[in-house]
Design a protein around this ligand. Structure first.
Ligand SMILES: C[S@@+](CC[C@H](N)C(=O)[O-])C[C@H]1O[C@@H](n2cnc3c(N)ncnc32)[C@H](O)[C@@H]1O
Length: 400
């Protein structure tokens, strides 16, 4: 039976004419899985973006396939596509022993980051059956020799296949003995802030330079914040002066607890810094990546603020009520997969507008070349520039 790939949707991820819910690599991985003769309950799928691999295997009658997807959006898309096609018989897992225990075939859509590949390779070698075969695929234009080297650290046999339909598979077998401790998460200290990162988290355990600029503007880079509550009328000052205390986040300890959201939190640098500077605040860190969420949880714990920061795996803060938040901190993504696409940032601007109360503040840092100010004004409210370095711009938007 031919699987109806074209019926798959990316929703709730960004949808556009040039963005598909499956690619030729998915097709090659499915063909390989079906030809392997391995039973469904001995197959694990990793990085199945919108469910194409898992659902094509389920549709072919393989029962008990296990799948790990990093993104909350991918998990929702898989569930919805499964409903739409009336398919079941698979289970979803984190990147852990429950995903891989006894697995003899692992089908992997290669991640972009080598650190993420390193963590996955270690997990497969650590937890799968001793005769496991790892089949890793990607688009030829995005594949590098370094990926084979990373896989080679976990497997004695690594063979790249001939490219087909502009995709290529790399087949690895004979897992090597693993070190006593997994290579991730990694930990780094930065001026009073400890960051913990799993392989798939943005910037690893480094403090991103854009994040650093935002922390400096907000006075959260180690120095104590002291500032006024947001103006409840929602009116923005005509001009912005970062030296003016009203230009920084609400942190007045006499005001009722401020609810602050680190939207797209990554390793949780913004959330942890805010919580350290504001013991009275209610802080929520949320990201659509499971690797980010696990990292942020470990980061807030490492900084002693784990009991004051709630970390949520969610798409664009969808679990947060409308108009329920005083402050949003945002360092938005500007890459979508491998294509540069600003839809992902727009989605978070819209989310910030939805969850902020009128008069609430959105602080955003972005690459100066992106010029988001007009869009922020349109979607959120009056937007002023607080800082502009040659590379980064920091703005404050007041929710109208
Ligand atoms: C540029 S990184 C910033 C990470 C962190 N806030 C920092 O400053 O280091 C953007 C983050 O947004 C997350 N993200 C992208 N789209 C998202 C969405 N729809 N919902 C939640 N998080 C999202 C990404 O997973 C990534 O961790």
């Amino acid at each position: 039976m031919d699987f109806p790939y074209s019926r798959l949707r990316r929703w709730p991820d960004v949808e556009a004419d040039n963005l598909q819910a499956y690619d030729a690599t998915d097709l090659l991985l499915v063909e390989r899985g079906l030809a392997s003769g391995v039973a469904g309950n001995e197959i694990a799928v990793i990085g199945d973006e919108y469910g194409a691999i898992t659902l094509a295997l389920a549709a072919a009658g393989l029962d008990g396939v296990r799948v790990h997807q990093d993104l909350a959006t991918g998990r929702r898309a898989l569930a919805r596509n499964a409903d739409e096609l009336g398919l079941s018989g698979f289970s979803s897992h984190e990147l852990d022993a429950t995903l891989l225990d006894g697995a003899r075939l692992v089908l992997l859509q290669l991640p972009k980051a080598l650190a993420e590949l390193e963590e996955i390779t270690d997990a497969v070698a650590r937890w799968s059956a001793s005769d496991v075969v790892l089949v890793a695929g990607g688009r030829v234009k995005h594949m590098t020799i370094a990926q084979n080297e990373v896989i080679g650290r976990g497997f004695a046999e690594v063979q790249a296949q001939r490219a087909e339909r502009k995709s290529r598979l790399v087949i690895a077998s004979e897992p090597r003995p693993v070190p006593a401790h997994p290579p991730f998460p990694v930990v780094a200290k930065h001026d009073g802030l400890t960051l913990v990162a799993h392989g798939g988290a943005f910037a690893g355990a480094k403090l991103d330079i854009g994040t650093r600029v935002l922390l400096e503007v907000l006075g959260l880079d180690g120095s104590r914040l002291s500032i006024d509550a947001p103006d409840p009328t929602g009116s923005a000052p005509e001009t912005a002066d970062p030296a003016d205390p009203s230009c920084v986040v609400n942190g007045d300890e006499s005001s009722p607890a401020t609810t602050v959201v680190d939207l797209g939190c990554g390793t949780g640098a913004l959330a942890a810094s805010y919580a350290l500077a504001h013991p009275e605040a209610r802080v929520i860190a949320t990201d659509r990546s499971a690797a980010a969420v696990a990292s942020a949880r470990a980061t807030v714990a490492a900084n002693g603020v784990g009991d004051r920061v709630a970390v949520m795996h969610d798409d664009a803060g969808s679990a947060l009520a409308d108009a329920s938040v005083d402050v949003v901190l945002l360092n938005p993504p500007f890459h979508l997969g491998s294509s540069v696409h600003t839809g992902a940032a727009t989605r978070l601007f819209e989310a910030a507008a939805r969850i902020l109360r009128p008069g609430g503040e959105l602080f955003t840092v972005f690459n100066s070349s992106l010029g988001y100010r007009a869009e922020l004004t349109r979607l959120v409210g009056a937007t002023e520039q607080l800082e502009r370095t040659p590379k980064f711009t920091v703005t404050r938007s007041i929710r109208r």
